[in-house]
Design a protein around this ligand. Structure first.
Ligand code: KG4
Ligand code: ZN
Length: 375
């Protein structure tokens, strides 16, 4: 079957066509086309996404993106079996463009409409292009040693997923498909937001995440000591005087580190490239270590079979490298999508929609855009 998916929740207009099927309950999802029309240049001059401009740009971009996607997928609208769309969270004007486009397509083609939460979409990017062991045997492909964990297997449940994007930082436990329990989240800034705000302090254009990563590569390493905020409450004594250690917190806070960077920046009389490189490196390592620390705590508590990374910050090479090392050490399977499926894209929305399609979890045409939609 083929699903056409639309994603416009922030500043990328994306349309994709995926082809999916299941064999012995093992899903296989193939990308036929994934077009992302980026608005980065439009917003860069303002240092962040301007919601009104984003919505207008989506209106201009959505039909050309739709045409280009069908062209690339070499199919017509008549070949599509279902229409999927993000309906939140995100910028309301942006979400509405994709949602209404999807409604119009579903209505005119008389195909089911599937509403997807942008966050579940990020998680499902990890199910794209993976071939199950059973399917491999069926088509006679022998497993290669290099494919042991990353390519040939699908993520197994129960799993834990870390979503790290510009708007969210969440640890999610999933017992099964489409079953989410948020076990940790940021109480202030998201990880990607911290990268972008520190980028502003270093006079880098938006989005600053990839540029901070590049700067950090050339640093002297760990010159600055930035806080790795731990929200675990301090130990207490009970009435008999015994020390009670509270359970380690799985929540995140990144606003302190941003302020710490600001304090260092205003102390520096003349900012130079090498200083920027050192700040970028120390900041990036502190954020990555906090993400690792809380993820390891969650793994210890929930004992999942697999751990998934997702969201724009999952493009970060240091983050990937550290997670590869730690998950190898504790012998847990790690998955992360290719970079183009970490940042916002419609393929991940289509992938999640496939599992909703299997459950006949279809949306009505009253589906409302919800800018604060939760998992
Ligand atoms: O998932 P995404 O495309 O959009 C949201 O749903 O927010 O994530 C965008 C975020 C931005 O904050 C961007 O700076 C960050 O992901 N990002 C990175 C890297 N690439 C993108 N952060 C750190 N390192 C990267 N290489
Ligand atoms: Zn996103």
């Amino acid at each position: 079957m083929k699903i056409l998916a639309v994603e416009t929740s922030c500043d990328d207009t994306s349309v994709a066509v995926i082809e999916a099927h299941s064999y012995k309950k093992q899903p296989q999802i193939k990308v036929l086309a994934n077009i992302v029309s980026s608005q980065t240049d439009l917003h860069a001059q303002y240092g962040g996404v301007v919601p009104e401009l984003a919505a207008r740009a989506h209106i201009e971009n959505i039909v050309p993106a739709l045409k280009a996607t069908l062209n690339q997928a070499k199919c017509s609208l008549e070949d599509i079996d279902a229409i999927a769309t993000t309906y939140g969270p995100g910028l309301i004007g942006s979400v509405l463009v994709g949602l209404n486009t999807a409604k119009a397509l579903a209505l005119s083609l008389k195909k089911p409409l599937i509403g997807v939460n942008h966050l579940e979409g990020h998680i499902y990017a990890n199910f794209v292009g993976k071939i199950s062991k059973i399917s491999r045997q069926k088509v006679g492909i022998p497993a290669r040693a290099s494919e042991k964990s990353q390519i040939s297997n699908l993520p197994e449940f129960p799993l834990l997923a870390l979503i790290v994007s510009g708007g969210h930082t969440l640890l999610v436990y999933m017992k099964d498909h489409l079953n989410y329990k948020v076990v940790g989240q940021t109480i202030d800034d998201a990880a990607g937001e911290a990268f972008d705000k520190v980028g502003k302090l270093l006079e880098l254009p938006y989005p600053a995440g990839p540029l901070i990563e590049t700067l950090a590569l050339k640093s002297q390493k760990n010159t600055f000591s930035f806080p790795k905020t731990d929200l675990t409450p301090p130990p207490k004594r009970d009435e008999k005087g015994f020390l009670i250690r509270p359970e380690p917190s799985l929540n995140f806070s990144f606003s302190g580190i941003k302020t710490a960077v600001l304090r260092e920046v205003i102390k520096i009389p003349k900012m130079t490239i090498p200083i920027k490189q050192d700040i970028a490196d120390s900041f990036q390592s502190a954020v990555v270590e906090v993400l690792i620390r809380n993820s390891l705590r969650a793994i210890q508590k929930y004992k999942p079979k697999t751990f998934l990374l997702s969201g724009g910050v999952a493009c970060n090479s240091l983050l990937r490298k550290r997670f590869v090392k730690e998950t190898k050490r504790i012998k847990i399977n790690l998955f992360y999508p290719p970079k183009n499926l970490c940042t916002d894209n419609a393929t991940m929305i289509g992938a999640c929609a496939y599992f909703k399609y299997l459950k006949k979890d279809f949306a009505s045409f009253n589906l409302k855009a919800d800018s604060n939609l939760e998992l």
